[in-house]
Design a binder for this molecule. Structure first.
Ligand code: 9GP
Length: 836
């Protein structure tokens, strides 16, 4: 039955608050009202999208109500600090289910919609997510916003409202095909545009000096181009609290959207040209994970959102009675990787040129404001900008950077007289080749705190990439291990497991994740273990249905679900996983009656569009599936699936169904990883190397509950230093040689021996990520996995213990660490020890 106008009216009982009520009747009325009065839709003819939008608007009302209360509370405590999380990426994921959970109204909304014959689950499924990030870094930013709100820390996330986010991935004939992401095309109900708070952003031009009325020498920037940044606000509600923060994303627009002068003389195209050029800035997310391209547009994007953010922050600070010299007392700004680092010279510029502070004072404010998080050791990910490009776009900033550098180099020479090599290494300017600006160095000099994202990563940063900085500024360094939000990745994603946990240990674990420890005693209870297995099995059945629908492949929910989902990259070694699959396949071909554990191998992840090797690895996975899946000798015991278009939403369906989590990067390469945490929290056991946060996960869950293999980071280094020869390993290992030869033979490519040749040659002659070196250890470890799988009681016990000991990896813990070690801020912005 569709709701009629009579239903709408019947719901309109006096006293019912359509904007704030949380009961089913109020929610139903709110949804009907939105359909009817806002969208102009009769409920009887409304589409699923209409209902989705109306439901989202009804939820958003309740978020804004809390948002306004949060702002009000802040206004009454104007002396506290607010966190500004500056990030070029926010991978927020779908909003509806997460907001309902945070408000605590999922059942009430389900009931409200049910009364209108609408299934909440259908609307949740219908939602398109804003894919405004590439992977781990952007998703981490989103988890941190969730935790900031949950911990009631006032915070704003500042970023770019890309019109097109990360591409949609289709797999055609086994190859990745990139399709434009159109997340906005059916309307995005969670945000509100605030054109009245637009900011002017300048580019290009030149600078000139002048003397002000006090006779002081000053600099003025005369830009060549001005673009408008329009903020779009999305409310970010914490879990079961009143605090609602903000994600403020900026869209680029022309200052004058229509040039009437040009139009009047008949040049219509030129009349809109300015608009087109300006809007290009926020048009599209660069789809590269960990390897930035030195493109002018990317620098324009970075400066665009940073300039908007700093202006917005300064404006708020001055409006609430602050002075430029106390900016850092109001704001703690975090640089999420080097992408927002131009914020350092931008704040300096505003303080010096617009507000007349002296250099030393402006520098102190700037350093006290910023903290810098490094997310990678990969050399290709350390951003640099050619000086000529940077200077052409930001001439005043370049002058400021040169002055920062002059003072920095003087300082180094004072501490290390005569050590010109050190000066060269720490300089903000790379003088070799095309002169360029080193953004990581700029971030280090401009921040009071610098952190890596897992213990090993921070150690490697300190001992290798940033060792000179540690020597000179040791007090700036700390580690803050990443975390993930258990609300989205357990409560929302895995309702079955959540219910079982809450029934067993109480329901405070989503905000006190350490409480999961209480599960430990239940690991020995056979009845609890059976229920635990039932939950997992139900999740696997669900995923099997989705896999069938998306790929046409039937998989057996009773088989071991062995899953690797993450960006496709050589260092993450999806091809090592493939070598193992082919090893099992070969064994079965040699002996079809071999007793192997039935496994479903699921892969998912996007390759950067220009990264040919990664795209070839996707093809290899598909080709392996083609070879294995229907081979009569395999008898369905091995299935290989490439799950297309891995996203936050798809992740929420995949993590809860995993038995085994593949975290198999070359030791020393993965800064932290966060997928490893999401899997383990959903009861998957990990097979992994001593890399990134795997090490800490293993420390927490216990070495006996973790499948470890492979070289350590030190061993990798010394193997390389000792002249690593992958070909020798290949020659000495019969099984390895057979599977590598199988790939080279063309058997996976319809007889074409050239298709995977480059991949094979890369492994045999270079193998920079030590795939062959770790092969034997990996295969042996997989045998231990298989042995344990044959003992379901032991497996379940281990799975429960893994979940029970994952408390450390809540993003709430990470945020508490940032508050204590970097931001010196507490709930409602109250300063904590060490506050500036
Ligand atoms: O590669 C790292 C990943 O290991 C980490 O978990 C994530 C969040 O800290 O950041 C990734 N880095 C990047 O995406 C680019 O530096």
């Amino acid at each position: 039955m569709f709701p009629s106008v009579a239903v709408t009216e019947a719901a309109s009982e006096p006293g019912r608050d359509v904007r704030t009520g949380l009961d089913p009747a109020s929610l139903m009325q709110a949804v009907c009202d939105y359909l009817y009065y806002f969208q102009g839709r009769h409920p009887a003819t409304a589409s699923r999208n209409d209902f989705y939008l109306a439901t989202a608007y009804a939820v958003r009302d309740r978020l804004f109500q809390r948002g306004i209360q949060s702002l009000d509370a802040l206004l009454h405590r104007p002396d506290g600090r607010t966190v500004a999380y500056l990030s070029a990426e926010f991978l927020m994921g779908p909003q509806l289910a997460a907001n309902l959970v945070n408000l605590g109204i999922q059942d009430a909304m389900r009931e409200a919609l049910w009364r209108m014959d609408i299934r909440l689950e259908d609307l949740i499924e219908h939602e398109v997510e804003p894919g405004l990030g590439n992977g781990g870094l952007g998703r981490l930013a989103a988890c941190y916003l969730d935790s900031l709100a949950t911990l009631e820390i006032p915070a704003i996330g500042y970023g770019i409202r890309y019109e097109f986010g990360i591409f949609n991935q289709q797999i055609r004939d086994g190859w990745q095909v990139e399709l434009t992401d159109k997340w906005l095309h059916l309307g995005y109900p969670w945000e509100v545009a605030r054109p009245e708070r637009a900011v002017a952003v300048r580019y290009g031009g030149y600078t000139e000096t002048y003397t002000d009325e006090d006779g002081r020498y000053r600099v003025r920037w005369i830009p060549a181009e001005i673009v408008k940044g329009v903020p779009h606000d999305t409310p970010i509600l914490g879990y079961r609290v009143k605090t609602c923060n903000l994600l403020r994303l900026w869209r680029a627009e022309a200052v004058q959207t229509f040039d009437f002068e040009a139009f009047n003389i008949g040049d219509y195209a030129r009349a809109v040209e300015d608009q087109v050029t300006s809007e290009t800035i926020s048009k599209v997310l660069y789809p590269n994970d960990a390897s930035p391209q030195g493109k002018a547009l990317r620098l324009k994007q970075q400066y665009f959102f940073v300039a908007c953010a700093i202006e917005d922050m300064l404006r708020a600070h001055l409006r609430f009675g602050g002075t430029p010299a106390t900016f850092h007392k109001r704001w703690a700004a975090q640089l999420n990787d080097t992408h927002p680092t131009v914020a350092v010279p931008e704040l300096m510029r505003l303080l010096l040129d617009d507000h007349g502070l002296e250099w030393d004072e402006a520098w102190e404010v700037t350093q006290k404001t910023f903290g810098y998080t490094n997310h990678t050791l990969l050399p290709e990910a350390l951003e640099t900008w050619p000086i000529d490009l940077f200077g052409a776009l930001l001439p005043r900033h370049l002058e400021i950077v040169f002055e920062i550098n002059r003072r920095l180099c003087d300082g180094i020479r004072r501490v290390y007289p005569g050590d010109e090599d050190r000066v060269r290494r720490m300089s903000l300017i790379e003088e070799q080749g095309r002169r360029s600006l080193r953004m990581a160095n700029l971030a280090c000099v401009g921040s009071h705190a610098i952190n890596g994202v897992a213990a090993l990563h921070t150690e490697l940063l300190k001992s290798q990439v940033l060792s000179d900085w540690v020597a000179m500024f040791p007090e700036r360094f700390c580690n803050i291990t990443n975390g993930v939000t258990p609300r989205r990745f357990v409560v929302v994603a895995n309702p079955g497991q959540s219910k079982l946990i809450s029934e067993t240990i109480g329901d405070d674990w989503p905000i006190h994740l350490d409480a999961l420890r209480r599960l430990e005693t239940h690991a020995d209870d056979p009845e609890f273990r059976a229920r635990w297995r039932d939950v997992k099995h139900a999740n696997k059945r669900q995923l099997a249905a989705v896999i069938k629908e998306r790929t046409g492949i039937s998989v057996d929910p009773d088989s071991l679900f062995d899953i690797q989902v993450k960006r496709i990259h050589e260092y993450k070694r999806q091809h090592l996983n493939v070598l193992h699959i082919l090893t099992l396949y070969r064994r079965l071909k040699l002996n079809p009656d071999l007793d192997v554990v039935p496994r479903t191998f699921v892969f998912g992840g996007k390759a950067a569009p220009g990264y040919q090797v990664a795209k070839l690895i996707i093809k290899l996975v598909g080709a392996t599936g083609d070879l294995v899946n229907d081979d009569p000798d395999v008898r369905g015991r091995l299935k290989v699936v490439f799950f297309p278009n891995f996203s936050v939403k798809n992740g929420q369906a995949i993590y809860p169904a995993a038995d085994l989590s593949e975290q198999i990067s070359t030791a020393g390469q993965e800064a932290s990883g966060t997928g490893n945490m999401k899997f383990a929290l959903n009861g998957a056991l990990t097979i992994g190397t001593l890399d990134g946060a795997n090490i800490e996960i293993r420390d927490e869950v216990g070495a006996e509950n973790f499948f470890l293999f492979g070289l350590t980071a030190d061993e990798v280094r010394s193997a390389k230093a000792g002249g690593y020869a992958p070909r020798a390993i290949y020659e000495q290992n019969d099984e390895l040689r057979a599977v590598v030869d199988l790939i080279a033979s063309g058997a996976l490519a319809g007889g074409d021996t050239t298709l995977f040749r480059s991949l094979v040659d890369g492994l045999l002659w270079h193998d920079p990520f030590m795939v062959l070196a770790d092969y034997q250890s990996y295969v042996a470890c997989q045998e231990r996995v298989a042995a344990l799988w044959r003992d379901p009681e032991a497996w379940s016990r281990m799975s429960i213990l893994n979940v029970a000991r994952m408390g450390k990896f809540s993003s709430d813990r990470s945020i508490r660490d940032y508050c204590e070690r970097v931001w010196h801020v507490g709930p409602l912005g109250a300063p904590t020890e060490g506050a500036p």
